[in-house]
Design a protein around this ligand. Structure first.
Ligand code: NAP
Ligand code: MG
Length: 499
């Protein structure tokens, strides 16, 4: 049955929110950039300006870091009990849940993603992350250590303390999810934060700042500075009074962050790009592997760091899988983020659309063939057709580099050992998947793949409780789960003679 398309009417509060230039949150106050400058954020479904936002730079980062430093060193935050910290993070989750529809709309307007996805994926995930880490605030423990030093008997124990002032730099693919994934564990651990959202999608992080105020975080605990990466982001990464940088984005910028952090040797965690292999064996349940493979690459317009962008299919099933994924791709309804029937929105920006299209051109020039898609859709907004590329091999740029768009390269395989070598033949190591009914084979391949997450007979399952992060050039450290608390705490050993 065909579903009637309906443009979701903007909530009054959202329309009012984007009607005014948005300010930054520094030391508990909404302030313009010191320079007075603003920059536009666009609605990628139309290409039109959505809202003006304060253009923070080094001077604003200095102000925000000073506020976060004072709130950490002298402020009330570090004297909050773990239970009080947990309660306030939980309160932020409740407030976000209460305003879920406004956030879903603002996310779809700013990023372009389908409103149905913002509603069922982005906003509930953010709420869940806040609650998950709110629970951890009271469970961050050290150990007692039975040491064997000579002489007296000792009592030795460890304390797990907040790392201090944290700079967090996030991308545009899941703007609010990235903001809460960064804020929640840092705040639960007792850190103070300066958050820099991506220039393309600053709005939901700023609107979350309103709720941060309402939840009752003391001034300076959460600061949100909007601006460009090369100015605001770089100043934050290099800042001598920042104790740690947590970054999600491209591997290229991740390397710049590492260099910038060298000045004061601040701690760094990185969640970077990927080119994840999705492997379908001939003994797989093909009826689930085909939609699984399509969803692995087309979800969120392909703008997912762990997207299944290299699809390896065992010879005998190759044609069937290519045909199945291509059929699903051709049926995906492209449309503006705010339309109720849209299944795939635009990519985030004109720049990203051009980047994806230039990868397609490069693929074609090297001999790749598009079974479906292969170009931009329409002339208004930044739409790219879901694309299935065949005649591809590991020498091609489209197979080696992260495209970050709705483009999958499909390659056949016959020999399993050779397949593992091909799957691992990448500078990345974020994720991988294996589809097979053979349980021994599944776990053997899972152990041989050099990736931070391996899915068996599923794809893209992420959970606040399950660690996520990259081998090789996909990153440093693990986010989500209790592993993430290690990113925001220092371990202190304390030891005293007791005899
Ligand atoms: P990006 O440049 O890595 O952006 C990520 C964040 O880093 C943004 O907040 C950005 O600020 C900031 N930034 C940029 N240059 C910086 C610098 N020199 N110092 C400190 N911070 C800096 O990503 P992008 O240009 O938006 O996207 C490019 C490619 O990165 C994509 O095509 C994709 O391959 C990859 N990517 C990966 C992920 C992921 O989740 N792993 C996410 C997004 C993009 P501004 O946005 O304000 O410039
Ligand atoms: Mg935008």
């Amino acid at each position: 049955m065909a579903t009637a398309t309906q443009t979701i009417p903007m909530e009054k509060s959202v329309a009012a929110y984007v009607a005014k230039p948005r300010l930054m949150l520094i030391n508990g106050k909404w302030v313009p950039a010191a320079s007075g400058k603003t920059f536009p954020t666009y609605n990628p479904s139309t290409g039109e300006i959505l809202c003006q936002v304060a253009e923070g730079d080094k001077e604003d980062i200095d102000r925000a870091v000073a506020a976060a430093r004072a709130a950490f060193d002298k402020g009330p935050w570090r004297n909050f009990t773990p239970s009080e910290r947990g309660r306030i993070v939980w309160k932020l989750a409740d407030l976000l849940e209460k305003h879920a529809e406004e956030f879903a709309q603002l996310e779809s307007l700013d990023n372009g993603k389908p409103i149905t996805m913002s509603r069922i994926a982005d906003i509930p995930t953010s709420v869940d992350q806040l609650r998950y880490y709110a629970g951890w605030a009271t469970k961050i423990e050290g150990n007692t250590i039975p040491i064997s030093a000579h002489g007296a008997k000792f009592l030795a124990y460890t304390l797990r303390e907040p790392i201090g002032v944290v700079g967090q730099i996030i991308p545009w693919n899941f703007p609010l999810v990235m903001a809460t994934l960064k804020l929640a564990p840092a705040l639960a651990a007792g850190c103070t934060v300066v958050l820099k959202p991506a220039e393309q999608t600053p709005l939901t992080a700023l609107m979350l700042g309103e709720l941060v105020q309402e939840a009752g975080f003391p001034d300076g605990v959460v600061n949100i500075v909007t601006g460009y990466g090369e100015t605001a982001g770089a100043a934050l990464a290099a800042h001598p009074n920042v104790d740690k940088i947590a970054f999600t984005g491209s591997t290229e910028v991740g390397k710049l962050i590492v260099h910038a952090a060298a000045g004061n040797l601040k701690k760094v965690s990185l969640e970077l790009g990927g080119k994840s292999p999705n492997i379908v064996f001939q003994d797989a349940e093909i009826e689930s592997a085909i939609p699984g493979a399509a969803n692995a690459i087309f979800f969120n317009q392909g703008q997912v760091c762990c997207a299944g962008s290299r699809l390896y299919v065992e010879d005998k099933q190759f044609d069937k899988v290519v045909e199945g994924v291509s059929q699903l791709a051709s049926k995906i309804r492209l449309g503006p983020g705010m339309e109720s029937t849209t299944q795939m929105g635009p990519v985030v920006s004109e720049e990203q659309m051009n980047r994806v299209c230039s990868y397609l051109e490069s693929g074609f020039s090297e001999g790749a063939k598009a079974v479906v898609g292969g170009s931009r859709e329409g002339t208004k907004g930044y739409f790219v057709k879901p694309t299935v590329l065949v005649n591809t091999n590991e020498k091609m740029k489209v197979v080696r580099e992260e495209i970050f768009g709705p483009v999958v390269t499909v390659m056949p395989f016959s020999d399993v050992d050779d397949l593992v070598a091909r799957a691992n033949n990448t500078p990345f190591g974020l994720a991988a998947a294996v589809w097979t009914r053979d349980i021994k084979k599944a776990h053997r391949i899972a152990s041989e793949l050099r990736a931070g997450t391996v899915w068996i007979n599923c794809y893209g399952v992420l959970d606040s409780a399950m660690p996520f992060g990259g081998y090789k050039q996909s990153g440093w450290g693990r986010e989500m789960g209790h592993e993430m608390l290690n990113l925001y705490t220092e371990v202190k050993s304390v030891c005293t003679p007791i005899s």
